[in-house]
Design a protein around this ligand. Structure first.
Ligand SMILES: Cc1cc2nc3c(=O)[nH]c(=O)nc-3n(C[C@H](O)[C@H](O)[C@H](O)COP(=O)(O)OP(=O)(O)OC[C@H]3O[C@@H](n4cnc5c(N)ncnc54)[C@H](O)[C@@H]3O)c2cc1C
Length: 320
């Protein structure tokens, strides 16, 4: 058993960014896994995705032609099982998404493979794979090992690895999915209702507020501040839960992952693991907090131990 198999995810004709995050994860583990990085794409016309999937780190793209392009759990389960039997990878990486929830647990249920979900850390220790995930509603982190398992399948949390973007030309092969009776059928996509609000996942510059703003009447000041510096206003969960900003502005595990963000200013946010889940990948994080021990400082590039209201007054002058 050797090599890493990434299962590509696509929707409405486009490869989902999580796929490229898994390529980065796989590339980092390639040496220790003693093999190649393969990316399998399952769809009606899988060849149409080949060009997009040609990125650095991928050695081989495997196209798997099936009857429908839309995700269907029985088909994915059968194809991934077939791929594991044929390619014998030591590691299978699957985006931890609503699609994965539909079939990945079935891979683990049989007990043939090592299995863990919502993983955000993967490493080898003395040649053995160790995956890190959270438990008890993110209150603890735990390392999971998989003694005696030749193939390990993991679903990997989004936003943890930086998506690989550099183009390359891997080899392309095809694979025939075993026969399978699909027990459900895709009918149609229904777009979520347009709330008219901004999609914070597309923003390159976010200024997020947390409980440090103290009360609802202070939101306006930070809305104006975000406008003045050209940022999109985001928030931590308590702010959305209180209805001070719409839920669509919430960053974190039960909110959004700000995948396109390049600069993130966290104002009065402590930096819980749940908040970090949506933003810790951002390269430039600036945190403002009165508590020098706040966890947010452990991931911030620049930390300011100060009152956010003082900084709010100073900040616009630095963005002119
Ligand atoms: C299953 C689950 C999912 C969750 N999902 C999310 C999620 O998606 N996103 C999310 O954010 N949270 C999420 N949470 C909640 C999370 O655990 C924290 O409770 C939350 O992130 C805390 O928000 P906060 O940092 O704004 O508030 P706090 O933790 O209360 O932090 C406020 C910070 O402001 C600082 N501060 C106070 N006054 C000032 C001032 N004047 N100037 C400067 N600093 C000041 C304080 O020192 C403190 O560090 C989730 C929790 C669970 C259990």
């Amino acid at each position: 058993m050797s090599g890493i198999l990434v299962i590509a995810e696509h929707r409405q004709g486009e490869i989902r960014p999580a796929t490229f995050e898994l390529v980065t994860a796989a590339t980092g583990l390639k040496e220790q896994s003693d093999g190649t990085v393969m990316v399998a794409v399952i769809g009606k016309e899988p060849d149409r995705y080949v060009e997009d999937l040609g990125v650095r780190g991928v050695d081989e793209i495997i196209t798997v032609q099936v009857d429908q392009d839309e995700f269907q759990p029985d088909i994915y389960e059968a194809c991934v099982r077939g791929l594991i039997e044929d390619k014998k990878p030591s590691l299978v990486l699957i985006p931890h998404s609503v699609d994965a929830w539909g079939y990945a647990p079935a891979l683990g249920a049989g007990g043939e493979y090592g299995f863990s979900t919502d993983v955000f850390g993967i490493r080898y220790e003395d040649g053995e794979l160790v995956a890190t995930r959270a438990a008890y509603k993110e209150k603890v982190y735990m390392d999971v090992d998989f003694p005696g398992k030749e193939t390990i399948a993991l679903t990997v949390r989004g936003g943890v690895f930086k998506p690989e973007e550099e183009k390359a030309e891997p080899t392309v092969s095809s694979f025939n999915c075993p026969e399978v009776q699909a027990r459900s059928q895709h009918k149609q996509f229904i777009e979520p209702e347009d709330t008219g609000d901004i999609d914070i996942t597309q923003s390159e510059f976010l200024l997020s507020i947390g409980r440090g703003i103290s009360e609802e009447s202070n939101v306006e000041q930070f809305e104006e501040l975000a406008d003045a510096v050209g940022a999109t206003l985001g928030c931590s969960r308590p702010i959305a839960d209180s209805g001070w900003l719409p839920k669509s502005r919430q960053v974190g595990q039960s909110g959004k992952t700000v995948s396109n963000c390049k600069l993130y200013i966290a104002m009065g946010i402590s930096g819980s693991v749940q908040h970090q889940a949506g933003m810790k990948h951002v390269e430039n994080i600036i945190a403002v907090n009165t508590d020098p021990e706040a966890s947010i400082f452990s991931i911030a590039k620049y930390g300011i131990v100060a009152d956010i209201f003082d900084i709010a007054e100073e900040l616009p002058g630095h963005f002119e």
